[in-house]
Design a protein around this ligand. Structure first.
Ligand code: HAM
Length: 421
């Protein structure tokens, strides 16, 4: 019996790998331009990190974690998100002693959530994200949102939209929470089962429910913006000004509350059509301290790579076929395998991607194969060419063929490729 892959996970097959690689390179290039440095943290952490970091009352911790005891009985968890691990590494790596702010990014990092698989919802998915530590100013919030906006724009998703909100801070949130509970109290019996639990444990999450009757109630709920303290209101106002100055379009959306407990003040999502959030993020000024460090303000976001690629495909982005080799060397004579191998190796050593036939096929079959794998040039090495110390090169785009001196072929190819011929 064949073994199938588990539910909710996917393979990255060669035809789709090009789109991932381009996105990965783009993310690295944008992050580099904004002065961010890469961090990689382990795929599993002590379970306690997420209990304390993400919050025990969140859906992620309550229902979605892949938690298991290791052979020594320690409880470990496959990371459901990247921020808690980055905070742990920031503290453990002593980065708080380095000049602040510390600007970090992670690219296509695998995350795991045991959720019901659906379109755009996987059990293993990948996030590209950034985290900035040590900057309390709204300029840091603007910096990460501007970076996200640049990444979406350069990826070609012009219809991506930033939705922005403030969820206040420990000073103003309790007052809002009370007001929200008072609003919902007469409606408790009409709430869905999840929302009844949210009412008790995490009332802000009531605003985020997708069940139609709950969503209708949420639409009439008091908004947090009316309850922000002076500091939070000023922070939010300055951020909006900065984003306008940076030409980053956004919509203020009081319904954005986010599913993780660590957020303070700014929260935001990037959405496109009705595909759900492609990116989520915000400020988390209390998290470093919660995880045992000093008080360090921080802000960041994470993009779901599968969702971004799906949105790009839906937006009609060209599904570019994977690139073929620059050169396919056709072995056209018995006993010329060694020469074929030598020529291929010389091309590769010169930085030219090159392949040759591994199946011992005839010349016609080799030519056909070269065409099917989209080789740019085919070099034919036969008895006669070997004697004259030349190689017959065919440009597969133009069909033009010419003989080139055997020791000059790498330069010949490189010249043509670099001059865009
Ligand atoms: P999040 O909103 O939970 O935030 O996830 C960020 C993004 O990951 C989502 O917008 C979505 O695109 C993608 N995503 C989440 N769950 C799935 C899934 N099951 N399948 C496919 N894609 C998914 C965070 O994770 C925070 N750590 C973001 C952050 C960084 N906040 C501050 N810094």
């Amino acid at each position: 019996m064949k073994v199938a892959r588990p539910r909710g996970v996917d393979d990255l097959l060669p035809d789709a790998a090009g789109a991932w690689q381009r996105l990965d390179m783009l993310a690295r290039s944008v992050c580099h331009r904004f002065g961010f440095h890469e961090i990689r943290t382990p795929v599993f952490e002590h379970t306690d990190l997420f209990l304390r970091g993400v919050g025990e009352d969140t859906d992620i911790v309550a229902k979605e974690m892949y938690t298991f005891p290791d052979r020594a009985g320690r409880s470990l968890t496959l990371r459901p998100e990247g921020t808690a691990g980055v905070v742990r590494a920031y503290l453990e790596g002593g980065l708080q002693a380095a000049p602040q702010p510390i600007k970090l990014f992670y690219a296509s990092a695998p995350m795991f959530r045991y959720d019901r698989p659906a379109v755009g919802r996987y059990r293993q998915f990948h996030q590209t994200g950034v985290e900035v530590f040590g900057a309390a100013s709204p300029a840091a919030d603007a910096e990460v949102i501007t970076l996200a906006h640049a990444l979406f724009a350069e990826a070609g998703l012009t219809q991506a939209e930033v939705r922005l909100n403030s969820v206040g801070c420990p000073t103003c949130r309790p007052r809002y929470r009370e007001r929200l509970l008072a609003y919902y109290r007469p409606h408790i019996d009409n709430l869905c089962a999840d929302c009844r639990v949210r009412y008790e444990r995490n009332p802000l999450r009531l605003l985020d429910c997708k069940v139609p009757s709950c969503a209708r109630l949420a639409a009439g709920a008091p908004t947090v913006s009316e309850y922000l303290c002076e500091g939070c209101a000023a922070h939010f106002a300055t951020l909006r000004e900065l984003l306008s100055t940076a030409d980053v379009p956004f919509t203020a959306d009081p319904g954005i509350v986010r599913g993780l407990d660590y957020y303070t003040r700014t929260v935001f999502e990037v959405v496109s059509g009705d595909a759900g959030a492609l990116c989520g993020g915000g400020r988390y000024d209390g998290l470093v301290e919660t995880l045992g460090g000093p008080s360090v303000p921080a802000v960041g976001f994470a993009i779901g790579i599968e969702r971004l690629l799906d949105a790009l495909a839906r937006a009609g982005g060209r599904a570019e076929p994977g690139e073929g080799p620059c050169v396919f060397v056709v072995c056209a004579g018995e006993g010329l395998l060694a020469d074929t191998l030598r020529l291929t190796s010389r091309l590769r050593a010169a930085g030219v991607s090159a392949e040759f036939d591994l199946l011992g096929r005839g010349v016609r079959a080799q030519m056909k194969h070269a065409d099917r794998i989209r080789a740019r040039f085919v070099m034919v090495l036969g008895e006669e060419e070997a004697e004259r110390r030349v190689v017959a090169i065919r440009d597969m785009r133009t069909g033009v063929q010419e003989d080139v001196a055997a020791d000059a072929v790498a330069e010949w190819v490189k010249e043509r490729v670099s001059s865009g011929v």
